[in-house]
Unconditional design. Structure first.
Length: 569
């Protein structure tokens, strides 16, 4: 019973730490998410800038997973190439080493013999952040989350240190260390595996690192074992990412595979070089700090700082070695995860998977990419209408009709899937601007689905024209082509607006396109009525022509509605 209570206490302390890390990371994303995404967009023109960007973002967020989510978002949107994203991932690996330093410093201040205790720091921070939680301003509430999350992280580390049982009295554990810690390279491989499994169990490399550093600082495991476990944690965090990417799109899978290849190759060469690396770190610490992580009796923090130095130097050297092989890594992951062809020909959400992102803000960002793709699909569907009008071959005509029906079905299902995703995302906390964007996107996808319906109705009308052998004079055909051309111009403007930052879109161009469509509709309808009065042309043919003009104008209305929704009108 005592063992169960001890185990649950340890798991609870780990949960405290992980929750604090998540709250702090989510708060930072809400407070500065758009700025961080701006940095990602502007600072990835080459792989070296990408490394700096990845380091900066991860150091701020204290979460390489959150950085990876944003990386995948920009690869999906075409704002980052795969090669640029690999550079950012490399930088994120260096940025995550800041966690080890943070843990080491906090442990130094919250140690058994330390002058300050956890409550001396954590409770005053919570006291500052708690009243801010009730602010009506989303930015202040986000900063409250940052403060409270940091305090919870602080408390979690303190509890973790208190919860780790005295393993020096555990005979089985000490025998395990004695038997397996002195087998040379085999020992390294064993404890790399232990570190990997530990990370998979706790589902957080930061939590695994905290546990490893705690055990090292309390003298339960030697420096060499701790170093091997840190290497395993580097692999463990990539396996977690790859499992998450299983339900993602091809871009997410490629980014996750690149992360795995980069980290695993680094661990392989470090396993071979570990004895030399450890002795170099030991010599460095003895020369500059008169401390030895290999002989740290009585000094709890020496091994922790030694592991922080090891983690940082390993990741920096690994980046410096592999940054020159980024194109090769890119080609390798593309071969490992090839594209499945034209994703638009089958129903497939390319940018959002089955699960939400780490925060509601990032989920909205992912959904926005799907809405942009939805606009391209709708445009492709409309472009089939003039092709259908001109097609004279019966077999090609029927094939085109089948494609239009297929695309109309895709638009129906895309509206349902994206709307469902947005509904789930909106259940989480989000900024006022993100909430407005969700409402805009729901309106947009509704209009796109209606465009799909009207295109299908247009195809049915054209099919009826063919079956009834209704003949359009050259004048009528020219009028239809001109009307279609005006609608296509409006759709170009629509897609341009969808691909832009919503806050920067002006309605002027869309208004002009809508006026041009309405003006042409009025002119053609007036001319049609005049021809009917003169008895020119067949009534049946005229009705088909009039229905086509009316439907084209309705498409123009929905296209204009989309631009209005983007601008918030």
């Amino acid at each position: 019973m005592e063992f169960v209570i001890t185990l649950l206490t340890l798991v609870g302390a780990l949960g405290f730490f992980i929750y604090g890390m998540k709250v702090m990371s989510d708060g930072i994303q809400k407070a500065a998410g758009s700025k961080l995404r701006g940095i990602l967009k502007s600072m990835t023109s080459n792989r070296f800038l990408g490394i700096s960007t990845g380091f900066l973002i991860t150091a701020l967020l204290q979460s390489s997973s959150a950085t990876t989510v944003m990386i995948v978002s920009f690869v999906n949107a075409g704002l980052l190439t795969l090669i640029e994203s690999i550079g950012v991932i490399m930088g994120a690996n260096i940025g995550t080493t800041v966690t080890a330093w943070l843990i080491s410093i906090i442990q130094e201040f919250t140690g058994v013999n330390a002058k300050f205790k956890v409550a001396d720091f954590a409770l005053p921070i919570i006291a500052i952040g708690f009243p801010m939680m009730f602010s009506s301003k989303s930015n202040i509430k986000a900063w409250a989350e940052i403060l409270i999350g940091f305090a919870l992280l602080f408390m979690g580390l303190g509890l973790l240190k208190e919860s780790v049982p005295d393993l020096s009295e555990n005979t089985d554990f000490m025998l395990f260390l004695k038997d397996y810690a002195n087998l040379g390279i085999l020992s390294t491989i064993i404890f790399v595996f232990v570190g990997t499994i530990l990370t998979l169990i706790v589902q957080s490399s930061s939590a695994a690192m905290a546990l490893t550093l705690t055990m090292c600082s309390m003298g339960y495991i030697p420096f060499e074992v701790g170093a091997a476990m840190v290497l395993g944690e580097n692999i463990g965090t990539t396996i977690t990412a790859n499992l998450a990417a299983m339900v993602g799109n091809v871009h997410a899978k490629r980014a996750a595979r690149a992360h795995f290849i980069f980290n695993t190759f680094g661990v392989i060469w470090m396993i071979l070089a570990l004895p030399l690396f450890i002795s170099t770190i030991d010599g460095f610490m003895q020369n500059y700090f008169s401390l030895s992580p290999l002989n740290a009796a009585g000094t709890q923090s020496t091994i922790s700082f030694g592991l922080a130095i090891f983690h940082t130097s390993f990741n920096i050297i690994n980046v410096l070695l592999l940054v020159w092989f980024v194109p090769l890594i890119s080609r390798t992951v593309i071969r490992m995860q090839p594209s499945k062809g034209d994703v638009d020909e089958e129903f497939h959400l390319e940018h959002i998977g089955t699960g939400l992102m780490h925060t509601a803000e990032l989920s909205v960002l992912e959904a926005n990419k799907e809405v942009t793709k939805f606009g391209n699909i709708t445009t492709r569907l409309f472009d089939m209408i003039p092709e259908l009008l001109k097609e004279t071959d019966i077999k090609k005509f029927n094939n085109l009709m089948a494609r239009i029906r297929k695309y109309e079905d895709i638009t129906d299902r895309m509206e349902v899937e994206v709307a469902d995703y947005l509904a789930k995302a909106s259940q989480g906390e989000m900024s006022d601007s993100a909430s407005l964007k969700v409402r805009s996107m729901i309106s947009i996808i509704n209009d796109m689905e209606r465009i799909g319906d009207i295109c299908y109705q247009l195809s049915i009308t054209i099919e009826r024209k063919r079956e009834q052998k209704a003949y359009f004079t050259p004048e009528l055909r020219t009028s239809l082509e001109e009307m279609i051309s005006e609608v296509q111009k409006a759709m170009i403007i629509m897609n341009k607006n969808l691909n832009s930052s919503y806050s920067q879109v002006l309605i002027t161009d869309a208004d002009e396109a809508e006026l041009a469509i309405n003006k042409m509709r009025n002119q053609l309808r007036k001319k049609y009525l005049q021809n009917i009065e003169k008895g020119e042309g067949k009534i049946q043919t005229g009705m088909i022509y009039n229905n086509l003009i009316h439907s084209l104008e309705k498409v123009g209305d929905h296209v204009h509605n989309i631009s209005e929704a983007i601008t918030g009108k």
